[in-house]
Design a protein around this ligand. Structure first.
Ligand code: UDP
Length: 386
């Protein structure tokens, strides 16, 4: 008899999992999403007024080093080349980010070559710091106080709502420092933007007779799901357990939408690094699709704040106190039968799209294997690396 699976959430985790299960097993799959659209926070749709493809929950640039993930995604829609180049406004001046040779030379008024710049930053770095224990130490150790204060301190305080010394060093490690003039924001081998947007990619993934998507359909913890052989939950893990061990810390983002004629800022993303400016960045979405022609433009100012009960959780904060709460939820989850937790919100990690997709592909393989060999499927994709 066909298996019956319930997937909560139609972001990349839920859609990739559904696609793999439907392709490899005799099954019926119900995907439920409380929103009125699929795609999770990678959702894209065209702006009604301008026709510009908008990343509804903020800029999403697909990038990966893994050819198999790139090929998999491309099998659901065309990607066009796009290199993310970000500029940063600091004390009334514009610099390229990530920090590279031009940033260093412009900021310090120098004409360093790569070797000179490297030596200069080595001298500026705080040598008393051994293994960097947090975001601030990571910055002070590798780029020194001046660049840290100009580009990271204010932005990070606005973005995360806490002191950079309370945040993990891993957040800063997302961004490279380069001693050449390469200003590509990402280091990956494959990068691009889907011509029809991310939502179209996910819709094609789940376009299968065995898969039914139910939108505007919120899952309530404790609901009777006995009609399903297995439940895959991709929402916030604390919500699944009705917050019985407390709320995990998330930052949420709000967007202020504006229209203009022509080109508003000349590129996709301008970061505002000064603490006094209330927003973190401005994203002008038509620059994601330079192959399209638009005489008008739409742009979004991004504001970050603590996630309230009615807000959409975006960025997991992962402070030490959050980790303690997370461990309690994980042990409750491990005691459950026939439920797995997958994705950024259910595993409470700051993940990029390619990581989410890679993990969902690997998890689907493991799950199918377990089912076929009649052993208990894993509860989490990340048994270590919590
Ligand atoms: N960051 C910063 N200044 C910048 C850009 C980034 O301080 O101009 C810090 C900030 O703490 C941010 C982190 O680096 O949360 C990671 O940046 P990334 O651009 O990867 O963030 P995302 O696009 O995922 O929001």
């Amino acid at each position: 008899m066909a298996y019956r699976f319930l997937i909560i959430g139609s972001g990349f985790s839920g859609c990739v999992l559904a696609e793999r299960l439907a392709k490899n097993l005799d099954c019926y799959i119900e995907i439920r999403d409380e929103r009125d659209h699929p795609g999770g926070n990678s959702h894209t749709s065209r702006d009604e007024q301008t026709g510009i493809m908008v990343h509804r929950y903020g800029p999403h640039i697909f990038n990966t080093d893994k050819k198999e993930i790139w090929d998999y995604l491309n099998s659901f829609g065309e990607f066009r080349p796009y290199v993310h180049r970000v500029k940063a406004m600091s004390k009334g001046k514009v610099y390229p980010l990530p920090v590279n040779l031009l940033t260093i030379n412009q900021f310090f008024g120098k004409t360093f070559n790569p070797e000179e710049a490297k030596k200069f930053l080595e001298a500026a770095g705080d040598k008393s710091i051994g293994e960097a224990k947090n975001f601030e130490e990571q910055a002070l150790k590798f780029i020194g106080e001046d660049l840290y204060k100009a580009f990271f301190y204010g932005y990070t305080k606005k973005q995360w709502g806490c002191k950079p010394s309370e945040l993990p060093a891993s957040i800063l490690k997302r961004i490279p420092v380069r001693f050449n003039y390469d200003d590509n924001y990402h280091n990956n081998l494959y990068t691009g933007i889907p011509v029809d947007g991310y939502t179209a990619i996910m819709e094609r993934m789940i376009d299968h007779p065995a898969i039914q998507l139910k939108l505007n359909n919120k899952y309530h913890p404790g609901e009777d799901v006995s009609g399903f052989d297995h439940v895959f939950y991709t929402g916030p893990i604390d919500a699944y357990f009705n917050y019985n061990a407390g709320r995990l810390g998330y930052r949420t983002v709000t967007f202020e939408q504006h229209y203009a004629n022509g080109d508003y800022q000349g590129l996709t993303q301008m970061n505002y690094c000064d603490e006094e400016i209330p927003y973190t960045r401005i994203a002008e979405h038509k620059h994601f699709t330079p192959w399209e022609q638009h005489n008008v433009t739409v742009y979004f100012k991004e504001y970050s704040k603590e996630t309230g009960e009615q807000d959409v959780p975006y960025y997991p904060k992962r402070l030490a106190s959050d980790k303690e709460i997370l461990l309690q939820y994980r042990s409750q989850a491990l005691a459950l039968d026939k439920v797995s937790f997958l994705g950024r919100l259910a595993t409470y990690r700051y993940m990029d799209m390619h990581q989410v997709i890679g993990e969902a592909l690997a998890f689907a393989d493991r799950f199918i294997h377990c089912l076929q060999s009649r052993v208990k499927p894993p509860v989490f994709p990340n048994e270590e690396n919590i």
